[in-house]
Design a protein around this ligand. Structure first.
Ligand code: ARG
Length: 572
């Protein structure tokens, strides 16, 4: 951003010099500066079209006059092309400005000071008694990355795992547990054993319909707060979470809250009462709904005919509770696009209740489906890829590859650390590579390819920088930036200088993929530079400059990987 502001300041100055009558209010803001599609057209382009009316002059005439006034013999060249002023930094000066800024800011490059704002992020939000499978991979890594991005940009970010811990199925699970289960088997078998109980219940229920009533009765007991029912259910919850925790730990994720659906059991009366008072609750065949016909949506179901509340009722209560508790400025729901309608309905109902913030502050961050090597996931057909297995296999595969490719990782400790970082990094990187709304088909060959658009490729560039820096040691000489005037170095510098804006747009669009791709681009550009230039050879001043470029590249690669939740190995 600083670079943009500097250029903007210079160009405004030039515009005032060329046109003393120009009013400040006629000038566009700094965001008007564009990045030309081709670097031959400059580092920035300033469009003059909006000045044509106040100045009563053709844009190309205006551009020519501003360009003439903007030339800075030591720093930059400005050229008028059509209605644009194309602005070129002098290459050595550009290198110096970019590298000084990155070395000054370090890991805080592109960060912003405390914005005094809070974002609530609802992500991962797994369901109790189910094993964590790749259907929850995207929400987990997207949410985690968004949390890091917001934090980097000066927001207070609250991560909530809105547990799916309420529903009639839990009554059935208790019934099954009472009939066929015991604690020993659950402690030993974990979520898998819970699942098996559930499957067995459904099989036996077909033969013995009395079971259905048994399940219902246990569910009622949970709702009434019966102590036996609750203690069994809470233990189910602990088992599920203990298992999920092993996955979160591997991904470096933690949450600020696990308050999910059940947490709102005693917080829904307020919502229902309020809906009633505001005349929004309509009876509908014994149930109660909010009519959304005028907004071309089906009604939002609030209470079933038996008085039970629903998923939407809980989300309404949760939204109000979060607003009261955290005073958020934004509340993001990282949930698959299948729930588009659900969130549209919930946001609309809040708006109808008079909460204007619902329209501007609540956001459904939707994403596509994940399939695995061409096969869609299906729980019913047992075609399920569990996340712990996926991660374990990724680590194992990364280890096999590195055993061949990285003989320098001879000692077991280094190898197993790198295998974990690379294996898990490959999975996360692939998940966050493309725009979130696109479906993902996960292939091992593609995700773990050290030469593709992958995590390992990007991590390798980082490790390469680390080893170059270790070899360079302490450098005393003054950097000679003329050594960075070549095209390859300039291409790296340009990407580094634009990185802060990538982070802000990633936040604005809730698109971590912008950062994934920009980080990958930095890795590619640096590798190209590395193959065409000898970094540690030649004049001391030139070496010093190239080492600074390497250090800044390492910094930005590490930052980009961090922001998407991927580790940056120093060695691999
Ligand atoms: N547990 C739900 C699921 O797995 C996601 C919950 C998302 N969050 C929410 N507040 N509705 O589909």
């Amino acid at each position: 951003m600083d670079m943009r502001l500097a250029v903007y300041g210079l160009l405004c100055e030039a515009a005032r010099t060329a046109f003393p009558a120009l009013k400040d209010t006629d000038l566009p803001g700094p965001e008007a500066l564009e990045f030309p599609p081709d670097s031959k057209l400059g580092d920035f382009a300033f469009p003059c079209f909006r000045l044509a009316r106040p100045l009563r002059l053709a844009p190309d005439r205006i551009a020519a006059a501003i360009a003439a006034a903007a030339n800075q013999p030591q720093l930059a060249t400005a050229q008028a092309v059509g209605g644009y002023v194309n602005f070129f930094f002098h290459r050595g000066h550009f290198a110096k400005a970019v590298l000084e800024e990155i070395s000054e800011k370090g890991a805080a490059y592109g960060s912003q000071g405390d914005q005094g704002k809070t974002v609530v992020l609802d992500y991962s939000s797994i369901n109790i008694a189910k094993r964590f499978h790749i259907g929850h991979l995207s929400t987990t890594v997207l949410g985690h990355s968004l949390k890091r991005i917001y934090t980097h940009l000066g927001w207070r970010a609250i991560g909530i795992n809105h547990l799916g811990d309420w529903g009639t199925q839990f009554g059935k699970m208790i019934a099954a547990f009472k009939r066929w289960g015991d604690w020993q088997m659950l402690e030993a078998g974990g979520v898998e054993a819970l699942n098996a109980l559930y499957v067995r219940f459904h099989q036996e229920e077909e033969k013995n319909p009395a079971l259905t009533e048994e399940g219902r009765a246990w569910f009622r007991k949970i709702e009434e707060g019966d102590s036996e029912a609750l203690s069994i259910f809470n233990r189910f919850k602990e088992l599920t979470l203990a298992y999920a925790q092993t996955v979160y730990e591997q991904l470096g994720i933690s949450f600020d809250s696990y308050d999910g659906e059940a947490f709102f059991n005693d917080k829904m009366d307020r919502v229902i009462e309020e809906l009633r008072q505001k005349n929004l609750l309509k009876p509908d065949q014994g149930a109660y709904v909010v009519d959304l016909e005028p907004y071309k949506m089906p009604p939002c179901l609030i209470l079933k005919s038996d008085g039970a509340t629903l998923y939407a009722t809980r989300d309404l209560a949760a939204a109000l509770w979060r607003k009261d508790t955290y005073g958020f400025d934004q509340c993001l729901y990282v949930v698959a696009y299948q729930q588009n309608l659900h969130f549209k309905q919930v946001f609309k109902v809040l708006e109808l209740m008079g909460y204007d913030w619902a329209a501007t502050q609540m956001r459904h961050v939707a994403f596509g489906m994940v399939s695995f090597e061409g096969q869609a996931m299906s729980t019913r057909e047992g075609n399920v890829v569990h996340l712990d297995e996926l991660l374990a296999r990724a680590v194992q595969k990364a280890r096999e590859i590195m055993q061949v490719k990285s003989p320098n990782l001879a000692d077991e400790e280094a190898l197993s650390l790198a295998a974990r970082q690379v294996g898990i990094g490959a999975v996360v990187f692939t998940t966050l590579l493309n725009n979130r709304i696109k479906d993902i088909d996960f292939w091992w060959e593609r995700a773990l390819n050290f030469d593709g658009d992958t995590g390992p490729y990007t991590q390798y560039a980082h490790a390469r920088c680390c080893s170059l820096l270790a070899r360079a040691g302490d450098i005393q000489a003054q950097p000679d930036y003329a050594a960075l005037e070549n095209d390859e170095a300039q291409a790296v510098l340009r990407l580094l200088s634009r990185f802060p804006e990538v982070i802000t747009s990633a936040m604005a669009d809730a698109e971590p993929s912008y950062i994934t791709r920009a980080t990958l681009e930095v890795a590619k550009a640096f590798n190209k530079y590395y193959y065409e230039h000898r970094i540690l050879e030649g004049e001391a001043g030139a070496i010093a400059a190239r080492v600074l470029l390497t250090r800044a590249t390492r910094e930005v690669l590490a930052l980009g990987l961090y922001l998407i939740g991927v580790d940056a190995p120093r060695q691999m």
